[in-house]
Write a protein that binds this ligand. Sequence first.
Ligand code: PRP
Ligand code: URA
Length: 205
Amino acid sequence: MVHVSQHPLVRHKVALLRDVNTAPCDFRNLVGELAQLLFFEATADLELTRITVKTPLAECAADVIWQNVGIVPILRAGLGMAEAMLRVLPKACVWHLGLFRDHSTHQPIAYYNKLPPEPNIDVGYVVDPMLATGGSASAAVAILKNWGLKKIRFIGLIAAPEGVAVMRDEHPDVPIYLAALDSHLDENKYIVPGLGDAGDRQFGT
Ligand code: PRP
Ligand code: URA
């Protein structure tokens, strides 16, 4: 399942995010806001359990999420998304995965993984602003599957059709939530029109 949000707020913020004149501080805020909006859409199937709460006036039935949620940002660019999503669901835990794309081969290189020995979450959301060749996202999902996690979702901001195809091929069981699906990759495997380098634009590097 590939879900490209059509929400006006998402589309508006994607326009601002793409703009080459958007400064890093505004870019970071937009990454966070978009991540929260997509998290809202991607978590629509989280399961609830019924509890009783006491308001200042009376007791009433209420529903709370019972599942343990994990947010898995792909470093570096996924960091801004994860922090914003954590503000929506503070009980979620964050498992960082360090992957960077080799500049010449465009293959993902894993350099950081602090997952505990056993999965301690029911559902994991892999987050990365860019799904370009799909190498990084696919490698991150494979790491989580090898770890033993069954329920995995991917949340990205902008994707190329090439990256979506790789994910559909290698991980057809992983739903993909996006803010935009772009035209193609250029010769350096950058998304066109895209937004440039998501890590550099967030962190001013
Ligand atoms: C970017 C981006 C993804 C990856 C996408 O990270 O944040 O992780 O490239 O490309 P792919 O789909 O072709 O794998 P990058 O390697 O630039 O590392 P960074 O976040 O540390 O800048
Ligand atoms: N990584 C980015 O940050 N941007 C792209 O367009 C492709 C990979």
